[in-house]
Design a protein around this ligand. Sequence first.
Ligand SMILES: [Zn+2]
Ligand SMILES: [Zn+2]
Length: 465
Amino acid sequence: MAASSNSSLSGSSLSSDPEDYQPPIWKSYLYQLQQEAPRPKRITCPQEMESRPKYYGREFHGTISREYADELLAGAEGAYLIRESQRQPGTHTLALRFGHQTLNYRLFYDGKHFVGEKRFESVHDLVTDALITLYIETKAAEYIAKMTTNPIYEHLGYTSLLKDKMVHRLSRGRTEPRRVTFQRDERISSPLVRRSALKDTPEKQCSYEKIHNFKVHTFRGPHWCEYCANFMWGLIAQGVRCSDCGLNVHKQCSKLVPSDCQPDRRRIKKVFSCDLTTLVKAHNTTRPMVVDMCIREIELRGMKSEGLYRVSGFSEHIEDVRLAFDRDGEKADISASAYADINIIAGALKLYLRDLPIPVITFDLYSKFIQAAKIPNAESRLEAIHENLLQLPPAHYETLRYLMAHLKRVTMFEKDNLMNSENLGIVFGPTLMQPPEQNALTTLNDMRQQKLVVQLIIEHEDVLF
Ligand SMILES: [Zn+2]
Ligand SMILES: [Zn+2]
């Protein structure tokens, strides 16, 4: 009994009344409409027109009036021709019969044909797509306006398909950063003790939010929106696809999809120059593995190295490390047998941080950090920096926290490596902070503050994070 009612439920289809709109899986209504849309009928010109541009065919009629074009098209839905404008010779108009009237579009060609955003190989394709779009958007305007209101996405859609890939869905996995008062707690006064305790806690699965990276996409064959379950109509550019996880949705639906992109490692081609959050989500780590691996290597054999992070490694070798990470990911070999000089590893880490499309201290927060550094009162200055740190995206926050704890340990070997928080600030200031608009003057003006921000975070990392 239960089984039979289930099967009839799953077979239930849409109501024709848009008011009772209940989306079943992969709704076919818009697909059916696309099948019904009028087909293009090319109205050819009986004589060869000398003024015909070579990228038009016999549908080009030369300079004829709007009224005459109307007459030629009359009666046949989908009929079309191209005419040259009487008022502006050299410009062309596509006259198209739809809905018992003639529609006129200014037609352009720059290697492809277009009247709006979409670009087509042929005028025939352009007209086919225009007729589908006009037909569907006229017939189903109300339906389309409502189709996003009851998405399948949350309960049946894409995310459940990915369930085994995604460890948790998500309520921001990182522990909320502590609100601190700036008093040192004696129990954690030795960073080394605290770090060793930290190391023993199991790695949290990465559960950061990440927005999808949607790009307009042309689908071959019929495709359905993975957000609203409706057909994606049109001949080309029917919707958008996330380049990081492959989610396919309508352009209008893309604005409603939650920020739960789970990048597919096969789609993420590179490690360097890849967005930080995208990389950690793709590899399911808390921080970029480049950061963890380089720091591990440096702590293993480089902490006493004179001028650590200031002395530059041989740039061709640094480039090798970059290629190794891009090619092998976490399997990249950066051991002493591969690169004996620790400055190469330190250089690769700096390069990684510098090449991020969004710096660790994000463009959004850049000027807030600079402003904070200008506050004269030391305590308020630290509080302002702390406030700003809390606004960093989680993956950026975790990366910075880890890096700063490491740099603090570097300063504990100052008598060997000659690096203190001030000269590390000089090295890492411009690496971690870049102004949203690069211009030589701001860069120069902000250098002092960039250095100071990083220096202060290193010095106070144990209370700031
Ligand atoms: Zn995505
Ligand atoms: Zn949709």
